[in-house]
Design a protein around this ligand. Structure first.
Ligand code: GTP
Length: 500
């Protein structure tokens, strides 16, 4: 080989060795065994290159790589799967639209093909940012310690939730001054400390209420028990009295029988008519006495029995009154438990119960079931411009409108805030779109007037049909995605989300 050729071969070998060395450091970290072998491979290829040892080392590395279950591709896929799960969990946790739409964007970015390991890192950064804005960590970086939008939003949500709770308790305790003043202060806004204190006080009220309720229930049961015990005592005494009077009647009958026998014996040997008459009168007198004593005993017995019956009847009717009022109270409590205090439509708990029943029924009968999430557009502006009370009235009118315009098989509930949820059995996707548009258009026609200003209130709706075998939560999330699409596409529209 010529010197020139030899020189070029050496230069190529060195280039190749350098490349392999760089490549090995890139793949470092797959497993400890591979790392060790890569290190010795790098040793053979750096400095004075030893291709014989390097070839042995390369064979070893390649065997180890073949045994390794993880490739960069599978690792990347696993990370993306994990990321996707995290984002979905995050979306479920956070209700704030900005954070949710950020999460939705990150989630859809994951759906696009990922071209390399480095492409995952910016996604992680996006998701982290999303978490920070969602969980309010961004607050720390807010200038001059000013609360950021997210914090303000969280606080407002808390005030709204608290407002709803207070409203529930005011209905139960209309005389409670503290609750009334708390409701007033909630309307005016609270500092963080006041808010925290109010939450604590309300928790105390709830605990107290529960204890009182348990106490009342205990007292009522005790009273019922006492009344039943009295009735049982009366019944027992009436049974023993009956037994006593049965014995007394038997002994009176025996007495009569004895008198008759005596009379028979006395009359048998008697021939004188006057004596006979006298004897008969004597015995008849005895019998008459015995009979009137019996009558008197029976009269007393009847009287005793009657007063016993009257007292039992009184006790039974008071018992009935107590159970009726208790039953009414229980029914009222049950209704309150399932009713949203502001709008008087079913609440989230009622929805959960109804939804799972509807879902079981529809699956058993192989019939479709759809879910729709309705969210009032720019509702915050109504609160900000016309006040919280106007916002409340708007929600009440919207709830009333939805409720009265549903068919008997459809069901609606207030999900929370300015969001409502509707269950619609028997609607295929195309019909669902028409049906929801009907409701949306009806809402937009509601005549609102605040501060002499006529106002049109619209809502965005996301809907979907539940799929056989899926969990209702999954269908809800799909409908929710439809809602966010409807919002981001311009609001006042319905989006049926069936293609995921
Ligand atoms: N008056 C009143 N306001 C409520 C109630 N519950 C929630 N809110 C308010 O509803 C507002 C919801 O605002 P956002 O979530 O920003 O939504 P939005 O203004 O409707 O905007 P988009 O949904 O994006 O169209 C917040 O200001 C809450 O304070 C309530 O029971 N009564």
């Amino acid at each position: 080989m010529e010197a020139k050729q030899l020189q070029s071969l050496r230069a190529h070998s060195e280039q190749l060795a350098g490349f392999i060395v760089r490549l090995t450091s890139y793949y470092e970290g797959l497993s400890a065994e591979i790392d060790k072998e890569l290190q010795s491979l790098r040793g053979h290829l750096s400095g004075k290159i030893d291709f014989t040892l390097a070839t042995l080392s390369m064979n070893k590395v390649s065997q180890l790589i073949m045994l390794e279950p993880y490739s960069v591709k599978t690792l990347t896929q696993a990370w993306i799967r994990q990321l996707e799960e995290d984002i979905q969990a995050f979306q479920r946790l956070v209700t704030e639209p900005a954070a949710r739409s950020q999460a939705a964007k990150a989630s859809s970015a994951l759906k696009k093909p990922i071209n390399g390991i480095s492409a995952v890192l910016p996604l992680y950064q996006k998701v982290l940012k999303c978490y920070q804005s969602g969980m309010g960590n961004a607050e720390e970086s807010a200038p001059d310690n000013q609360p950021n939008n997210r914090t303000v939003q969280l606080k407002q949500n808390l005030i709204d939730e608290l407002g709803q709770l207070v409203q529930t308790y005011i209905r139960v305790n209309p005389e409670d001054d503290y609750l009334a003043s708390l409701q007033e202060r909630l309307g005016q806004g609270l500092t963080e400390e006041e808010l925290l204190n109010s939450c604590l006080i309300l928790i105390r009220v709830m605990v107290q209420e529960t204890l009182t309720e348990a106490n009342t229930a205990g007292k009522i049961i005790q009273r019922l028990n006492n009344a039943l015990g009295n009735i049982n005592g009366d019944v027992q005494s009436s049974i023993s009295k009956s037994a006593e009077s049965f014995e007394a009647r038997q002994s009176r009958n025996q007495e009569l029988r004895n008198v008759l026998e005596d009379m028979e014996d006395a009359l048998e040997g008697e021939n004188n008519i006057d004596d006979l008459k006298q004897q008969a009168q004597h015995y008849l007198g005895q019998m008459a006495n015995s009979l009137s004593a019996g009558e008197e005993a029976e009269r007393q017995e009847q009287e005793g029995l009657m007063s016993l019956l009257v007292s039992m009847q009184q006790q039974l009717s008071s018992l009935q009154k107590q159970t009726n009022s208790y039953r009414k109270k229980l029914v009222e409590q049950r209704i309150n438990m399932y009713t949203d205090p502001l709008t008087r439509v079913p609440n989230r708990m009622a929805y959960n119960e109804r939804a799972s029943k509807e879902w079981d029924r529809c699956q058993a009968q192989n019939r479709p079931l759809s879910i729709a999430v309705v969210d009032v557009d720019h509702f915050k502006r109504i609160n900000d411009k016309y006040g919280h009370a106007a916002g409340d009235k708007t929600l009440q009118a919207i709830a009333r409108h939805l409720k009265t315009n549903l068919t008997s098989s459809e069901f609606m509930a207030r999900w929370g805030g300015e969001e409502f949820i509707i269950l619609l059995p028997d609607h295929a996707s195309d019909k669902l779109l028409n049906r929801l548009n009907e409701l949306r258009e009806g809402l937009a026609k509601l005549p609102f007037k605040f501060k002499q200003e006529r106002l049109t209130v619209t809502a965005s709706i996301g809907g979907t049909q539940c799929r056989t075998g899926e969990k209702l939560d999954a269908a809800f999330e799909r409908a929710d995605k439809g809602l966010y699409k409807a919002k981001s596409d311009g609001r006042n529209q319905v989006v049926i989300q069936d293609n995921e």
